[in-house]
Design a protein around this ligand. Sequence first.
Ligand code: 7TS
Length: 414
Amino acid sequence: MAVHAQPKLDARKLRGDFPILEQQIHGKPLAYLDSAVSAQKPRQVLDALRDFYETSYGNVHRGVYTLSERATEGYEGARQKIATFVNAPSPREIVFTRNATESINLVAYAWGLPTLGAGDLVVVTELEHHSNFVPWQYIAKRTGAGFRTIRLTDAGELDLDCLEEIATEGQVKVVAANYVSNALGTVNPVERLSAWAHEQGAIMVVDAAQAAPHRRVDVQALGCDFLAFSAHKMCGPTSVGALWGRHELLAKMEPFNLGGHMIRSVGLEDTTWGDVPAKFEAGTQPIAEAVGFGAAVDYLEEVGLEAIEQHEHELVAYALERMAEVPGITQYGPLPENRAGIVSFNLDGVHPHDVSQILDYEGVAIRAGHHCCQPLMKRLGVAATNRASFYLYTIPEEIDRLVDGLHKARKVFG
Ligand code: 7TS
């Protein structure tokens, strides 16, 4: 549960930081209810990007001139901020990647490919985004390892009763699960899964793409071995993400991408690798984006992660209650107590794309589709759902407008 270390956030005031929210869509104020797909950017992040390009831009770790040193300070300073943000023991354990997807692929390829084999098991959940499902399924196939999924209860929570059975079917080597589900908002018991993974002699990989923006994430408290997240869902720029990994694991792993910067020395016969994290950062990195990522972390810390979690908890409870008034609605996912700021639903007889189109005419942006969770959609017995997702700038009036739009969609298509 949230610790109320900070005062409640003032979403109305925070909205002033987000220029994009000032516009109208189809003559109506924009209600952006799709932050799970990507969050909007505050002026503080946009200014940091512009300021970096205008005053400090250069390539990093290369030049001995002032500008390159300044750029390196900005880039490494961002790494330090991100390490502190997830309570990593050392900034060397933070690897910059393009996004959460690349972070997970890095682990699947660089750790999984040489480690896994016949008789081993890779365990994921039925609730995964494809980013934390497909790479593991693929690497399991390539290595001959088995692939198992932790099933779901009807409430959309992980059914941990199946763990015992899975453990009898092979040597569990990796457990990969999301902390917060992007499709249902379920908050998963990552600490328990980490403990179980370690009992089996396995590593625990956490997809924190939907957690890091919305709640305090502490890699040491979670007890995991790897944690992946993306800046763009955290008010930061696109094209940069992070992988946190335990140093002893990162140090033993082979590289993922090969080329400039990641080497120690290159000879005609052999090449040796640089230290962690350089070993995993081949080629020119998303330098300004990393600096913007650091600014986004500063912004979230300023608002307060506990305050953000509490705000979204109130919004999701309000949304679930208000949406239950809509005739013919089916809501998916757990009770608000175990859910982040995401609601997933269908309207009887109305295709999700039609719902989201009607809402767009009202200026309300939500997502319709399978949310990159086809195994989950199969479990729910649907092809797609509508999904509304909230963030620190969401206000209850936007949920009221969503509900009004749903009544309208029923009238038009019902
Ligand atoms: N994991 C989860 C839980 C996600 O929600 C997403 C993206 C990813 C991984 C991948 O993140 P990326 O930054 O590498 O793309 N989520 C969504 C979504 O909910 N709708 O579209 C993308």
